[in-house]
Design a protein around this ligand. Structure first.
Ligand SMILES: Nc1ncnc2c1ncn2[C@@H]1O[C@H](COP(=O)(O)OP(=O)(O)OP(=O)(O)O)[C@@H](O)[C@H]1O
Length: 330
């Protein structure tokens, strides 16, 4: 028997849409596991999450909990908690009133414990209108966790926040889910966020499940170019080509016939270069320079460069390689 959440050939259709929004997706989520649903806008992530919650009818397949279908269990009886992008707090209640909602009795001790967990100790009496965006999402998380849901469903809970806060909260969110042993499904379109939060990541496109794996396995062994591109691999080169010579030894012998190169697979190296490229342009990210270089036989790639790099378009630079940004594809 599958314990925890089971999805079997789940299909979601909308009237007027010729293709299904979710197309026969099957995946399990073990007790205590955090699964991210990752994919581009419109790929069906939210539809799948809503179908699990019971907010969207299934056009096919099953959603199971501990092996039994939940088809006949109404939304509020499933014991699943929900957190949305905008938190959806009750604006006329204070923080305590929001977190205690859904608890029997006053639940004051439980609220104190949860606010501590999400880093908001002492916030009980704050009106939610006075909270920052990040604080609101923490309250939404505490509220959803308060009744100890057997499954927590999170739909892009961080995407309305700015990047640095998003990155910090992603780490905190994982810590809270792990500390509470919560089984969770987390929707995001951001690969970094999925990798930071989840034990396993399910990559979706056009309603179909392309691959589900742990973050390191997904990164090292993307199942297709489609998955690789979505993760940030930007160039593909046959392993047998001359241009792949400096890269070949970076993947295990006998791996697939195509090498995928992520941004940063090449690093500008003026001391012991293994390849050369022609500079196309330079941008900056987090202080480092990112140099677009055209590598013969591979094409344009993004190489990491030193702080304050000043090459001009047309300059030729030496390149080293970083094995963590090279994967073999079948
Ligand atoms: N209520 C609806 N009625 C009709 N079509 C819908 C409805 N909800 C979603 N869709 C369509 O179903 C497809 C999947 O949408 P869904 O919201 O699940 O994608 P998503 O991956 O969550 O996208 P995003 O990241 O932009 O939120 C899209 O083509 C969308 O336009």
């Amino acid at each position: 028997m599958v314990t925890g959440l089971g999805l079997v050939d789940v299909v979601v259709r909308y009237p007027g849409l010729s293709a299904p929004a979710v197309d026969r997706v099957s995946v399990d989520v073990a007790p205590g596991e955090v699964l991210a649903l990752l994919g581009p806008s419109g790929c069906g992530k939210s539809s799948l999450l809503r179908a699990v919650a019971g907010l969207e009818p299934l056009a096919g397949g099953y959603v199971t909990w501990d092996g039994a279908s939940v088809a006949d269990v109404p939304v509020h009886r499933r014991g699943f908690g929900l957190v949305f992008q905008d938190g959806q707090l009750f604006t006329h209640r204070d923080v305590l009133g929001n977190v205690a909602y859904g608890l029997r009795g006053s639940g004051a001790d439980r609220v104190t414990e949860l606010l501590e967990l999400v880093g908001l100790s002492g916030y009980e009496r704050r009106p939610v209108a006075t909270l920052s965006g990040g604080e609101r999402q923490r309250v939404a998380l505490a509220r959803a966790l308060a009744p100890s849901p057997r499954l927590l469903l999170l739909d892009e809970p961080l995407s309305a926040l700015d990047r640095s806060l998003r990155e910090r909260l992603a780490v905190e969110l994982r810590a809270v889910l792990v500390a509470t042993g919560t089984t969770a499904v987390f929707v995001t379109h951001d690969q970094d966020e999925a990798f930071a939060v989840a034990d396993r990541v399910a990559v979706l496109d056009a309603g179909r499940l392309l691959q589900v794996d742990t973050p390191p396995d997904l990164w090292r062994r993307p199942a297709s170019r489609e998955v690789a591109r979505f993760l940030g691999y930007e160039a593909f080169v046959p392993v047998s080509s001359a241009a792949a010579a400096p890269l070949r030894e970076l993947v295990p012998p006998g791996s697939g016939p195509v090498l995928a190169l992520a941004e940063g697979a090449f690093v500008v190296d003026t001391v012991a270069p293994v390849a050369k490229g022609t500079v196309l342009g330079i941008t900056s990210r987090r202080g480092r320079s990112e140099v677009r270089v055209d590598v013969p036989g591979i094409g344009p790639v993004t190489a990491l460069g030193p702080v304050g790099a000043r090459w001009a378009a047309g300059d030729v630079v030496g390149l080293g390689v970083d094995g963590d940004a090279v994967a073999a594809l079948d």
